[in-house]
Write a protein that binds this ligand. Sequence first.
Ligand SMILES: *Cc1c(COP(=O)(O)O)cnc(C)c1O
Length: 370
Amino acid sequence: MVDLYNQYLQIKKEIDEAIFGVIERTSFVKGSEVTNFENELAKYLQVNNVISCANGTDALQIALMALELQPGDEVITSTFTFIATAEVIALLKLKPVLVDIDEETFLIDCSKIESLISEKTKAIIPVHLFGQCCNMEEIMNIAKKYSLYVIEDTAQALGADYYFSNGQKTKAGTIGHIGCTSFFPSKNLGCFGDGGAIYTNDDYLAKKIRSITNHGMSKRYYHDFIGVNSRLDSIQAAILTVKLKYLDEYHFKRQKAAEFYDKELSNISWLKIPKRVSYSNHIFHQYSIVVEGNSRDKLKSYLEENKIPTMIYYPVPIHRQKAYEMYNFCDENYPVSNKISQNILSLPMHTELSNKQLFYICNKIKSFKA
Ligand SMILES: *Cc1c(COP(=O)(O)O)cnc(C)c1O
């Protein structure tokens, strides 16, 4: 599914020097590499503040903590996402309110958000799933109308461009109040372990977020908030600073692979290639096809027999997860997610896919008989 080793080999010298530099300076925690990376990422995203943290899940949790919500307050998000998005809501004793998705984009169905807003609704977490943005203009309009915070889950879309209807272009994660991302190795910008970041143009929120990541500390041993310990370590920051320079190139390589898939697979009657929306580019964290006629699992096994790895993102939407039973989600409210979780399949997608590999994968798919 990913080929991190060959990606590393392309920039081995720079990466090795960056890692050994940290070891030489023994600046393992809160080193200059961390501040340097935060500044570089802020420049790349054109956002005022970037605060790094230990992983993408922490980023979401800390973002929510900064909003000082009350237990029982409601947070709206998609039911078709990685568990972390809903998990942090539940962990903070807030109530996840789940929305179904659009059948073609797999993104939150914006037309279903407004009817779910109550007196207790305080925030929306749109998830820019698989590498393209949700309709942020619509989401921001709803948020304004009901005075809601918007936290963008950009774990799969760091660096994607959002296009406003007035022609303005902005990086994903910088449109709402807070953006969150993950540097898990397989993400588009991955480190060699765990890492995450939170970004915001709001300087007041930024100060609070930075404090929360460091035990709610203002001055050493003076604690203004109940915080957490969540840091990006210096070695990861040094690696990410090197890889950030190549991020646009990585996106381009993924887009080229996606174009290849598009071209080869678009004429197959029993599968649907992923749709691209007009208001965002697609950086293809995943290339996910929809397999018609209950043959997804058969296709998956067939490809496996031919040494082609595939993944199901996600086999069980949040409203059907055992740990979330207590919220009594009504299964009939999620027909699209229920259907898509049965027939979606993500193909190998990374920066090192050769045309030869792509040809092989596409030919095997073409030769599949349901
Ligand atoms: C990866 C991911 C996260 C969590 O990131 P971690 O660094 O693994 O904690 C959150 N949301 C989405 C949509 C993700 O894909």
